[in-house]
Write a protein that binds this ligand. Structure first.
Ligand code: GFB
Length: 355
């Protein structure tokens, strides 16, 4: 096994930007990149932030996803397994070097400062990793679909001399590059999430189909949506307006739809999908359950949410809805949309196309 450890190099990174949806977008890019430079991808834990806690919390990758389907696409190993086995042999503490495009502001001059700030420090501390040196890999980039570029990586950092490339942030773009969207099909929920989501559906929404909706409307979102006029491709907007805005213009109401529009769109969906008996609402803030109940009160419809709030269960449930309406700008919606596309299930976005 020691020999096989050394055959290929490894790629480690910190999903140090954004919350789940952002990290998932980055993950797909990192997966494509590790395959393109032929290195085993070390599956990082998901970085989470708990209310009232100063430091990020690291949740093992396989808490939420099944490893086996990923291995069918490319060789992967969880960070926990990597540190307990491979790293002991090929990544001794004195050889731990951090990679970044260019220097990052922090305690040390001319360094990646890979552990400066949150979640950077807490992430590597989870595995007792310290870095002895930095490498600035610029002008190389991680566009896995540029084969010349990938050749430069393998020539500049051959695995024999550089068994582990540890990136300060994800070697991937946000939002996910168009060419990598299809990799979503290898991200399959863990047995635990799958069975919990299925039993929620069975226990609460039997005897009819359900419409899943995502209402992203917390204060952070209201603030972010103010940038729409100057950011025609804000966050995940390319999923509906296209990567070059070729499918339409991004409007404020796509980011923060009004109650009247939400209700109008739900009613239209219910007309189209006659066997729908439930509306499952996922939200980071206001689920609008009472508003929705009032507006459909003559329609023999049950409106419900999952309690207590659980982002991953919300995602897994939305992924199984008969129909889905989501927020074009949100990467949380983007995760659901990609999963549903992969399964051939229909979806739409709030206020798009502009009607
Ligand atoms: O997933 P995410 O990157 O999507 O971050 P956006 C939003 C987080 O808010 C999720 C919670 O990871 C959840 O923790 N959240 C959002 C939800 N919608 C729901 C929901 O329907 N149910 C539950 N239970 N939780 C971006 C951020 O969010 O928003 C950026 O990633 C930035 O860093 C920006 O803060 C303003 O793309 O929607």
């Amino acid at each position: 096994t020691i020999l096989s450890y050394k055959t290929y190099g490894y790629l480690v990174y910190c999903p140090c930007m954004g919350r789940f949806g952002n990290q998932a977008d980055h993950f797909l890019g990192a997966l494509a990149f590790s395959k393109a430079i032929n290195r085993t991808l070390v599956l990082p834990p998901w970085v989470e932030y708990r209310y009232g806690e100063v430091k990020s919390i690291q949740v093992p990758f396989d808490t939420y996803f099944n490893i086996e389907p990923l291995n069918r696409y490319h060789q992967v190993i969880t960070m926990e397994d990597f540190m307990d086995t491979v790293a002991l042999v090929i990544w001794p503490p004195q050889e731990r070097i951090s990679f970044c495009y260019t220097q990052r502001v922090g305690e040390i001059d001319n360094s990646c400062n890979a552990k400066s700030g949150n979640p950077f420090g807490p992430f590597w501390d989870t595995f007792n990793i310290d870095f002895v040196k930095s490498i600035f890999y610029g002008p190389l980039n991680y566009d896995a679909h540029n084969s010349k570029m990938m050749e430069s990586w393998t020539k500049t950092y051959p695995p024999k001399q550089w068994p582990v490339l540890a990136f300060t942030g994800a070697p991937a773009s946000f939002p996910v590059q168009f060419e990598n969207v299809h990799l979503q099909k290898y991200l399959i929920w863990s047995d635990d999430i799958l069975s919990k989501s299925r039993s929620f559906i069975k226990n609460n929404m039997s005897g009819g189909g359900f419409l899943g909706i995502h209402l992203r409307n917390g204060p952070d979102w209201v603030k972010a949506c103010q940038h729409i006029p100057d950011s025609p491709k804000l966050f995940s907007a390319p999923q509906c307006v296209g990567y070059k805005n070729e499918k339409g213009k991004l409007t404020s109401s796509m980011c923060l739809p009004q109650k009247s529009e939400i209700i109008k769109q739900i009613k239209r969906a219910l007309k189209k999908f006659k066997d729908i008996k439930y509306v499952f609402v996922a939200s980071d803030s206001n689920h609008m359950i009472e508003d929705l109940k009032t507006s459909v009160k003559n329609m023999e419809l049950t409106i419900l949410k999952h309690q207590p709030s659980n982002p991953h269960l919300d995602l897994a449930i939305l992924g199984q809805a008969n129909y889905f309406i989501g927020n074009c700008v949100s990467s949380f919606t983007a995760f659901v949309k990609r999963e549903r596309d992969a399964k051939g299930l229909p979806s739409e976005f709030w206020s798009f196309p502009d009607r």
